[in-house]
Design a protein. Structure first.
Ligand SMILES: Cc1ncc(C[n+]2csc(CCOP(=O)(O)OP(=O)(O)O)c2C)c(N)n1
Ligand SMILES: [Mg+2]
Lengths: 329, 368
């Protein structure tokens, strides 16, 4: 056992390092990923150890990064692309949506594109505009992409490695306000023993209401569950981890048990991922539900910068309020 | 096209082989005469005052960030020749498209500094009225402002006026697709827009060599049929003379113009950046010797255009400006979170009104 107490940012770094050690075709591309180690230092030290050919500081162009990664993937590489901030993934949207997501199918599977696009996501770090977005729904809406979000250092460490090994393109969301949270990680762990990459995880068992979350909101919801316990309410918290594909088995099992469900995400409520969850749960668990699936999410306004974000972000109170409404139904 | 006219066409677009310069680093005039007219003595004296003020504004903003008054501040210290000349070359009815780096240019344009810093302070809007000031909101997604500049310039011309557009972008921003599309559109439309690249040698940590293999960014205009030039970006006299010519070129119906200014960002990318990871102090020190403000001062003094009293009074005005900014930035403005919903649509949608009510209830609960 080679355990260490690591932040989430460091866990991803170690996951990348291990993936690069194990497979010489894994390489990193992005803006400022080399000497600087990325603005969040997720790639810190990797260029020094693996060289400029495997940790590539690209010209400043997101469309170019993804497009070039596609080209390299065709020749057998497994590029891990870093998008510097969520708000800057949009220049790459064309390459991701029309090419990365579709080329495998258009080539009858002859071309597989094992490209991972890492996107630091979400708010809560006091940033200015365009640095706190939650764009996951644009990508879950796009056939051909796997979409996942890690919520804690251990998952970050294992999921990034699992994502790199997948033959599908992956949009990998990293909740930036959790980058500095720490946990003990066994760096030598056998990846085959890790939680399967497309399975959700019940991270707190409960009996009264299921709360579904992913990425940055998992911790918020766990805090809410702890607070609710004091009031005699038992929340079951499910960390979805993978948004596409979705582990409906775990979700449905939980909802059928509790009979109530609240979905929490930072992204705007309107047309957010919560809508997909609510529809599916209603379809499959209708007779188990005591109340409609409710959402505790962000507002459908542009994400406000630092001075107002506390009002935008769904916090413990907004989650508990939704739980209350579920019980008041 | 014959070979000869073809060659002439290309040559007509090409930038000078070395950056245009009027004043050397030690403040003495350059010997050989340039292709551009030197700005008037009065304009240079005005530029000096603006530069002193701009520098003071910038250091004050950096200080306010250290005190937690701004969420972030991208300083343009060392780039003042560009910041000031880029604005002084314009008429009031011309338009400016600035980036996050260009707060000093906005102050030079006459926008209230507290308004300029509104966004960086963490508010949800750009702080000033773009229509009234003819200054677009400071732009963060790199190069996205440039096609707007081409479009607005085209519209200004279509409506029959002779106003022009000045669009700022960094060296890193020239790698984005929008930069190229904007140049091409402007050229095809013959739109009166000046693209002004402040090449400060870095895009955060990434040096120019990782950004382009071109001999200079100025050459990027040539392929699009855009008249291009490069200039010493720390020589106010040169930047102002070239930009004035570029604006004139655009204003008189000759289409877009690309100017690359070679300059240097003295401070880290923002206060949150650790520049020691990618550049050494010796390099920064070398550029200290090319300081645009000291250079202009020496030059103007050498030509007897600047007295001790002028310098003192410029500094005094700058101090007063900074003191006023400090006082006003130290007040905590009351922000109403419900305003978030007001301007998303011309009229709030039913779904937004619903969410607004929800937030209002949350705020009420917090109070009660
Ligand atoms: C589309 C986009 N991608 C990435 C970023 C993040 N980012 C902000 S500034 C910057 C470097 C820009 O460098 P440059 O264009 O040279 O301007 P400078 O900051 O040097 O003035 C980067 C990568 C961004 N703002 N927009
Ligand atoms: Mg730059």
């Amino acid at each position: 056992m080679k355990t260490a107490t690591l932040t989430m940012a460091r866990s991803i770094n170690e996951g990348l390092r291990r993936a690069m050690e194990e497979d010489p075709k894994v390489l990193i591309m992005g803006e400022d990923v080399g000497k600087l180690g990325g603005v969040f230092r997720v790639t810190d030290g990797l260029q020094k150890d693996f060289g400029e050919d495997r940790v590539i500081d690209t010209p400043l162009a997101e469309s170019g990064i993804i497009g070039t990664a596609i080209g390299m993937a065709i020749r057998g590489y497994r590029p891990v692309c870093e998008i510097q901030f969520d708000g800057f993934v949009f220049p790459a949207a064309n390459q991701i949506i029309t090419q990365l997501a579709k080329m495998p199918m258009r080539s009858l599977g002859a071309l597989r594109l094992p490209v991972v696009v890492r996107v630091p996501c979400g708010g809560g770090i006091g940033a200015v505009e365009h640095h706190s977005e939650s764009p996951e729904s644009y990508f879950t809406h796009t056939a051909g992409l796997r979409v996942m979000a890690c919520a804690n250092p251990l998952d970050a460490y294992t999921m990034i490695q699992q994502a790199i090994r997948l033959d599908d393109p992956v949009i990998f969301f990293e909740p930036k306000r959790r980058y500095w949270e720490k946990a003990e990680i066994d760096l030598g762990m056998d990846l085959r023993e890790a939680w399967p990459v497309d399975r959700a995880k019940v991270v707190r068992e409960g009996t009264d209401v299921t709360v579904l979350a992913y990425g940055p909101m998992v911790k918020t919801v766990l805090d809410a569950a702890a607070a609710a316990e004091g009031e005699g309410r038992s929340l079951e918290v499910v960390d979805l981890r993978s948004l596409n594909p979705l582990d409906t088995e775990t979700v449905f099992r939980s909802v059928r048990k509790t009979g109530r469900c609240v979905v929490a995400h930072e992204a705007p409520t309107y047309s957010g991922f919560g809508a997909e969850l609510a529809a599916r749960i209603t379809e499959h668990c209708f007779y188990s539900l005591e109340a409609p699936v409710l959402r505790a999410c962000g507002f459908s306004t542009p994400y406000p910068p630092s001075r107002l974000e506390e009002h935008y972000l769904p916090d413990l109170d907004r989650v508990l309020d939704a739980v209350d409404r579920s019980f008041g139904w | 096209m014959s070979v000869k006219t073809h060659r002439q066409a290309v040559q007509g677009l090409l930038p000078a082989l070395t950056p245009v310069r009027f004043v050397t680093e030690d403040g003495s005039p350059v010997k050989e005469s340039a292709d551009y007219a030197e700005p008037s003595a009065e304009l240079l004296r005005e530029a000096y005052r603006r530069m002193v003020l701009g520098r003071r504004f910038d250091t004050q903003a950096t200080m306010l960030t250290k005190q937690g008054r701004l969420a972030v501040y991208p300083s343009s210290r060392g780039q003042e020749a560009c910041q000031i000349a880029g604005v002084l070359a314009l008429r009031e009815d011309d338009w400016l498209f600035p980036t996050y780096r260009d707060s000093t240019a906005l102050v030079t344009r006459g926008v209230d500094p507290v308004e300029v810093l509104t966004l960086l302070r963490g508010d949800w809007h750009c702080g000033y009225d773009p229509a009234a000031t003819r200054t677009a909101p400071q732009c963060t997604p790199l190069a996205t402002q440039l096609p707007h500049a081409s479009g607005l310039a085209h519209a200004l011309r279509s409506r029959g006026g002779d106003a022009v557009v000045m669009a700022f972008v960094g060296d890193g921003g020239t790698s984005e697709g929008d930069f190229h599309e904007a140049l091409n559109f402007a050229a095809v439309f013959k739109a009166p827009v000046v693209f002004f690249v402040q090449n400060n040698k870095y895009a955060i940590s990434v040096p120019l060599a990782r950004q382009t293999a071109a001999p200079a960014l100025a050459y990027k205009g040539v392929g699009y049929g855009v008249r291009s030039e490069q200039v010493d970006g720390n020589d106010l006299v040169a930047v102002l003379s070239v930009l004035t010519a570029a604006v004139e070129h655009a204003r008189t119906g000759h289409g877009p113009f690309l100017v690359e200014a070679h300059t240097y960002r003295m401070d880290p990318h923002t206060n949150a950046d650790d520049a020691g990871r990618y550049r050494d102090d010796a390099e920064v020190e070398r550029w200290q010797g090319a300081d645009p403000l000291a250079r202009l001062e020496t030059y103007l003094r050498g030509r007897d255009l600047l007295t001790d009293e002028d310098v003192a009074s410029a500094r005094e005005a700058a101090e007063a400006f900074a003191a006023d900014l400090r006082t006003r930035m130290n007040l905590d403005p009351e922000l109403d979170p419900l305003e978030l919903f007001d301007h998303v649509y011309a009229e709030p949608t039913p779904q937004l009104r619903e969410q607004r009510q929800m937030l209002a209830a949350e705020l009420q609960a917090e109070k009660g």
